[in-house]
Design a protein around this ligand. Structure first.
Ligand code: GLU
Length: 307
């Protein structure tokens, strides 16, 4: 398959749509991002990389980070994590609080904000926030094979100053004893993990283990077991795009995780990891042109988990 030619085709398909959607402005530092940015990277399980557009420019991965903190938390606490967070699609927006009351402070899944805050809390237990963030950062550098990955402190600060809803979620869960550390410390970890800054190339490399039976690209080194990789992919498919997860599965047919920075990581099991970035978001908070580009890529490659 000529992935270079396929990417040129994708570019042609989306060229009239670049800049569509609305850049997230509830985090002031994200509102400054140029909406006309567009990049895409494919890294195959053989380690070949193909890119178009602004694929080498770092952006705020925001909620895509939840895939990686979930991986770390499962490594730390194993299946016990599922006592504190569910694994059902929520059908509600990323920062919704309504289900939490009915479900006694147990978030529906690890990819809505409440669930990711619980995951951050499990990573924090027994550590100081600085140590936990150091662990997240070294994990990202290890799985991407790139020591250059950093956390954008300005984005983290900006979110900290305006993160009232996330603070509400965390305090609410604390009242149900589902946050075990001081709320400000747990939120500090969460805001900083969301502020991880990666390019499409770095992100596709970091996600490759999910396409490669849990192993690092081009090596036999396991990040997680094949079964765990499959399960993380299942959660990405069912919960990775908030209340638009069904629509993403319908249009793209691959597990994917979006972030309000306009990035999406998609996994074609056994073939490749794909990262796309286009900052304009649709009404559900997912990259508008990024989703369109993945839809075009899936059609052109025939990659789908549905046959
Ligand atoms: N840091 C963002 C928030 O908590 C993440 C949301 C997202 O990327 O969907 O509001």
């Amino acid at each position: 398959m000529n992935l270079e030619a396929i990417l040129d085709g994708v570019r042609a398909d989306v060229s009239g749509h670049i800049g569509e959607g609305k850049v997230a402005d509830y985090i002031p530092a994200l509102a400054k991002v140029d909406p006309s940015k567009f990049g895409m990277a494919i890294v195959t399980v053989d380690g070949d990389a193909f890119t178009i557009g602004d694929a080498a420019e770092p952006f705020s991965i925001q909620s895509v980070s939840k895939v990686f903190t979930l991986t770390l938390a499962l490594g730390r606490v194993g299946e016990g994590l599922w006592k504190r967070v569910g694994r059902e699609p929520s059908g509600t927006p990323f920062n919704s609080i309504v289900q939490l009351e009915q479900e006694h402070g147990i978030p529906r899944n690890p990819f809505i904000n409440a669930g990711a805050i619980v995951v951050a809390d499990t990573l924090l237990s027994g550590h100081e926030p600085r140590e936990t963030l150091g662990e997240v950062l070294s994990f990202m550098r290890h799985i991407s094979g790139d020591e250059g990955i950093v956390i954008d402190r300005e984005v983290a600060r900006s979110e900290q100053q305006t993160g009232f809803r996330n603070a509400a979620l965390a305090n609410y869960m604390f009242s149900f004893s589902n946050i075990h550390n001081p709320v400000e410390k747990t939120l500090g970890v969460y805001f900083h993990q969301c502020a991880l800054s990666l390019s499409c190339i770095q992100l596709a490399k970091a996600g490759l283990f999910l396409a490669n039976n849990g192993k690092l690209g081009g090596s036999n080194h396991s990040v997680v077991s094949a079964e765990r990789a499959r399960r993380i992919n299942a959660l990405m498919l069912t919960c990775g795009h908030y209340d638009a997860s069904g629509d993403f599965a319908f249009r793209v047919g691959l597990p994917g995780k979006s972030g309000v920075g306009g990035g999406i990581l998609a996994i074609a099991p056994g073939r490749a990891a794909i990262a796309v970035w286009s900052p304009g978001l649709n009404a559900n908070g997912n990259s508008a042109t990024g989703t369109r580009a993945l839809e075009s890529l899936a059609r052109r490659t025939g990659w789908s988990i549905f046959g």
